[in-house]
Design a protein around this ligand. Structure first.
Ligand code: HEC
Ligand code: HEC
Length: 240
């Protein structure tokens, strides 16, 4: 249909004057296109950026659960913000900050982290847990055989290659993809979604700080036995 020019001009003028929102049949504000950087809704932000690896409800994903009050207390919100912004080099954890090549603004990252803590944190329940320190720190000189046998072998097997209750922690592909920090985090807070206990419950008594360091070194020592893990950029080459 061809409209006469004055009609077209009138329609355009009305549109301009009223704004497109008020035309009948137009989607309302909630359904309107948002630029990716304008999205602040947690469900969308988390669903689009995190759930594939950390699980739909923050649990049962391939990477560690975030819906874990003990873990949230352990890592701390400021450190989490840094990790989300800059990623974990040498692993599949991406950097999300625009300044690090990612797609999220500082505001979006802050909102994500704040809401992760609001939904899944529980300071009261974790209070008094006397959490071991987060940092990997120096490697152990003890070798770790005794600590691994006492706290881990029952589930992961005497040589770490898996048992009836849990899989391998010495698989070369696994060790090549995971940072020393992630191994320590797993030992301290466990993987509650899959039945791995935290440092207080792995054995008959809580692990000491030294024993935690020992078993982490025990695992990283096995990674270094595999030449492909020594490539530049791989975790475990001194950058983590
Ligand atoms: C492509 C998969 C992937 C995506 C997407 C992803 N992560 Fe991760 N994330 C990982 C992996 C793998 C690690 C463990 C890295 C390592 O070995 O240290 C990790 C580690 C982390 C850690 C640190 C764990 C520790 O040791 O304390 C945090 C916090 C985290 N991710 C939060 C997020 C958040 C929030 C999002 C979404 C904005 C996200 N991740 C998206 C894979 C992913
Ligand atoms: C009660 C059984 C149990 C004990 C004890 C245990 N684990 Fe686990 N662990 C698990 C289960 C279950 C998983 C989940 C994956 C699987 O099934 O292998 C797991 C996962 C892990 C992971 C992988 C975490 C991830 O998300 O990448 C590491 C690393 C690990 N354990 C190390 C250890 C070490 C070191 C010890 C000793 C301090 C230990 N575990 C003690 C049951 C256990």
């Amino acid at each position: 249909m061809k409209l006469p020019v004055p009609v077209v001009i009138t329609v355009l003028a009305v549109l301009w004057a009223t704004g497109c929102d008020r035309l009948p049949g137009k989607p309302d504000a909630a359904g309107r296109y948002q630029r990716p950087t304008e999205i602040m809704d947690f469900t969308i932000l988390y669903g689009q950026n995190c759930s594939g690896c950390h699980g739909a409800q923050g649990r049962l994903g391939p990477s560690r659960p975030l819906a874990d009050p003990l873990y949230l207390a352990y890592v701390g919100s400021e450190r989490m913000r840094q990790i989300v912004a800059h990623g974990v080099p040498g692993t599949s954890m991406p950097a999300f900050a625009e300044s690090s090549g990612g797609t999220l603004t500082e505001e979006q990252i802050a909102a994500l982290v704040r809401e992760i803590y609001e939904r899944w944190g529980d300071a009261a329940r974790v209070k008094g847990a006397l959490l071991p320190s987060y940092e990997v720190g120096a490697t152990s000189t003890a070798g770790g055989d005794a600590a691994f046998a006492a706290f881990c072998a029952d589930c992961h097997g005497t040589d770490g290659s898996g048992g009836e209750k849990a899989g391998s922690v010495v698989d070369p592909d696994y060790l090549a993809l995971v940072s020393d920090q992630m191994l320590r985090t797993s030992v301290v807070v466990g993987r509650t979604d899959l039945g791995m206990p935290d440092w207080r419950e792995a054995g008959d008594r809580p692990m000491t700080p030294q024993e935690i360091t020992d078993v982490v070194t025990w695992m990283t020592a096995r990674r270094k036995a595999f030449p492909e893990a020594q490539l530049p950029g791989a975790p475990g080459n001194g950058r983590n």
